[in-house]
Design a binder for this molecule. Structure first.
Ligand code: GLU
Length: 402
């Protein structure tokens, strides 16, 4: 008999983004010519300065336990980053370094959620938010971000999902999976709603802050509503803007009491983040931002290319993402059709499945993000692969039968 799992695990699927990219890798390992648009992982190498920073830390013998909450040099660099990039001012006791943005979210929920507490997660959402909240017994509520609003969260949708039991509201803009960004006027209206609910904490996941297109600049909730500072936790990290996914370095900034509790959780789980990774992250954060800006320009060019190609395929629709590195096309008009391989496309999961099996193209079904009828495509993928991916999608769609 296998070890019996906890009730908490009963309805907990693995992360869909990771599951899909793992399947793509497995198919590739068997020799199939697979293109994967499943994982949101920059296709750029980590910056040279980060490598050098980590190597220097090795040479200096920085190999002992780090402080749980983050090395002082990294906390200082993070404080400077917030001042420079976001015009927000924090002290070391407001900062926690974790193993990727994910650990900050996990720590925050572990530190604050009791069974029955409500977590409000605008839909479509990144796959892990509701699953982690549910692990701690939370009830999840999903205000809709509509395609007709370019997937922006409206103050009225948010207001309708708040109750006296609401513990957290999650804001994730630029958004994964839609690429939606919030403008200052959106945030002003959202802040007004949050002021009417002083018991609600806000987790603002700003991991895609540096990936905004056109003339847009990322705006943080605290820029428009500094009076909310005592209940806002900002989550960010090195993975996306600095192409440092494998280093597993995230950071959070928030009220000292919450940060202290999250640090306690981390002290019992993973301790401090790898010293070498933190040293590399310090160097990256302090480096010239031009590389970051260049990568963003590449994503923007790819966004334009893939968006116009998708919009030209009969049967698909696609809103224009203004940030992050995903496209989120609607595939509702493909539902009910049959593939040349004889698969009946019952829903978006079947579409993603058929694309993988028959066109060797990995995507993530919208259902994993709470939005059936869509697919998420990552454009953090080489231009050559994106061009081939578009050709495969076109061919796939054109060969469906009614
Ligand atoms: N955040 C990325 C994604 O959505 C990485 C995988 C994950 O952690 O979900 O693809």
């Amino acid at each position: 008999m296998d070890v019996k799992l906890s009730r908490r695990l009963e309805n907990l699927p693995p992360s869909a983004t990771i599951a899909m990219s793992t399947r793509a890798r497995a198919l590739k390992a068997q020799g199939a010519d697979v293109i994967s648009l499943a994982l949101g992982e920059p296709d750029f190498p980590s910056p040279e300065v980060a490598l050098k920073g980590a190597i220097q830390a090795v040479q200096e013998g920085q190999t002992g336990y780090p402080p749980i909450g983050g090395m002082p040099s990294f906390k200082d660099a993070i404080i400077q980053k917030f001042a420079q990039d976001n015009h927000l001012h924090f002290a070391p006791e407001n900062i926690l370094v974790g193993n990727g943005g994910k650990q900050l979210i996990y720590n925050a929920f572990a530190a604050t959620l009791d069974p029955g507490g409500e977590v409000v997660i605008p839909r479509p959402y990144w796959v892990s938010y509701p699953l982690v909240a549910q692990m701690f017994g939370a009830v999840t509520k999903f205000p809709e971000c509509r395609e007709s609003d370019n997937f922006r969260l409206t103050a009225s949708a948010l207001a309708a999902s708040l109750t006296p039991r609401t513990k957290w509201v999650i804001l994730n803009f630029p958004n994964n999976p839609t690429g939606a960004v919030l403008e200052e006027e959106d945030l002003l209206a959202i802040a007004e709603v949050l002021r009417r609910h002083p018991h609600v904490a806000i987790l603002s996941d700003e991991i895609y802050e540096h990936l905004t297109f056109g003339n847009r600049q990322h705006v943080s909730l605290l820029n428009v509503a500094p009076d909310l500072a005592s209940r806002v936790l900002i989550v960010n990290g090195m993975s996306k803007a600095y192409a440092m996914t494998g280093w597993r370095v995230g950071f959070g900034a928030g009220p000292a009491g919450l940060i202290r509790a999250m640090t306690t959780i981390q002290s019992h789980a993973t301790s401090g983040v790898c010293t070498l990774a933190q040293a590399g992250a310090v160097a990256a954060l302090q480096s010239d931002p031009s590389r970051r800006v260049e990568m963003c320009a590449v994503y923007e060019r790819r966004r334009d290319h893939v968006l116009s190609a998708l919009q030209g395929i009969e049967g698909l629709s696609c809103a224009r993402p203004d940030g992050a590195f995903y496209l989120f096309p609607g595939v509702q008009r493909l539902i009910g059709l049959t593939t040349p391989g004889g698969r009946w496309l019952e829903d978006d999961v079947a579409v993603a499945e058929a694309l993988l099996e028959e066109a060797h193209l990995a995507t993530v079904p919208g259902s994993a993000f709470g939005q059936a009828g869509y697919l998420r495509l990552s454009i953090a993928t080489s231009d050559a692969d994106l061009t081939e991916a578009i050709a495969r999608i076109k061919d796939f769609v054109q060969n469906l039968r009614g």
